[in-house]
Design a protein around this ligand. Structure first.
Ligand code: BJW
Ligand code: ZN
Length: 253
């Protein structure tokens, strides 16, 4: 997947140089090289080994809270052990060079923040912000890091300190609405930006996948960085094929 001689097209380089407002729209692929599994990659994606309906829906949590909570604790432990990669770092550096840059991520990890990005919007919530499944009050984790994380281990979720209901992961499951503040900020940014970079996302999950389309409709330049094709290829101005950690740093060169 390494491709050290990738050339950034001159038209993209100048679009980036001239841009006053940039949206960096990211998905699981940006964290792949930090060792965090994507969802839909054929061999390594989470959904090739786990059933999304049995884990990432409100119904799944209601029927088997311990399976779902244990699975998210396993993933949180992986993220806590992982470090930002060259793509996260280059995105943070880009923020220092562009007048207004916002990272709109679908990721539930905190690797953009740990790389130094200051303006990050999480469309699908966070592994690190659990809340009560009934009253919605934010809740702490029982202990710092999940101990002995194993992918199949059942762990009973803690009880809400206020109402006693099970605490749930602070992520957005299928069928749930996106956090309104995050979504409104993202839409506004996409519709006002000069350039949107779509990095490491399959662009399949809605409404998030609307963002590049909104940016295109508003006249922005849209560039995609992904080793594989996505439904956005046909409409993006630039499709740079390769790993984010190889290509994003080249945008700074
Ligand atoms: C690299 C790389 C490297 C690899 N460098 N790149 C039919 C049509 C339209 C919509 C729907 C529909 N049926 C159902 C829906 C709605 C549904 C949806 O969109 N489903 C589609 C899958 C069809 N959407 C929803 O349910 C959303 N809510 C909603 O619509 O609310 C309205 C409503 C309210 C009430 C009732 C009914 C409706 C919510 C979606 C929430 C998504 N949640 C998840 C799980 C989060 C929690 C968790 O982490 O477990 O979010 S699903 C999963 O997908 C996760 C991701 O954020 C999201 C996007 O995935 P992403 O990031 O693009 O990852 P991948 O794996 O798909 O792609 C990785 C890419 O990286 C690939 O392209 C690789 O090639 C690339 N890559 N290595 C760069 N090194
Ligand atoms: Zn509660």
């Amino acid at each position: 997947m390494k491709n050290p001689h990738h050339d950034i097209p001159a038209t993209l380089a100048s679009a980036l140089q001239e841009a006053r407002r940039v949206v960096v729209f990211t998905g699981a692929g940006v964290s792949a090289e930090s060792g965090i599994a994507t969802f839909r990659d054929a061999l390594t994606g989470l959904w090739s080994r786990f059933d999304a309906q049995a884990l990432a829906t409100p119904e799944a949590f209601r029927s088997h809270p311990d399976i779902v909570w244990g699975w998210y604790e396993w993933r949180r432990a992986q993220v806590l052990r992982a470090a930002p990669n060259a793509a996260h770092r280059a995105i943070a550096e880009l923020e220092r060079r562009v007048p207004e840059l916002i990272v709109v991520t679908q990721n539930v990890d905190d690797l953009h923040e740990r790389a130094g990005s200051a303006h990050v919007v999480h469309l699908h919530g966070s592994l690190h912000a659990p809340r009560c499944s009934s009253c919605g009050t934010p809740q702490p984790f029982p202990e710092g890091a999940p101990s002995e994380p194993e992918e199949g281990r059942r762990i009973a979720p803690p009880a809400c300190a206020r109402c006693g209901a099970p605490v749930r992961p602070g992520v957005v499951w299928f069928g749930e609405s996106l956090p309104a503040d995050a979504w409104n900020t993202a839409i506004r940014a996409a519709e006002r930006c000069d350039l949107l970079l779509s990095i490491g996302t399959s662009a399949l999950v809605y409404p998030a996948a609307e963002l590049p389309q909104r940016a295109l409709a508003a006249g922005a330049v849209v560039a995609q960085i992904n080793p594989a094709a996505t439904p956005l290829d046909a409409r993006a101005h630039h499709n740079l094929r390769g790993a984010a950690a190889d290509i994003v740093p080249e945008l700074l060169a």
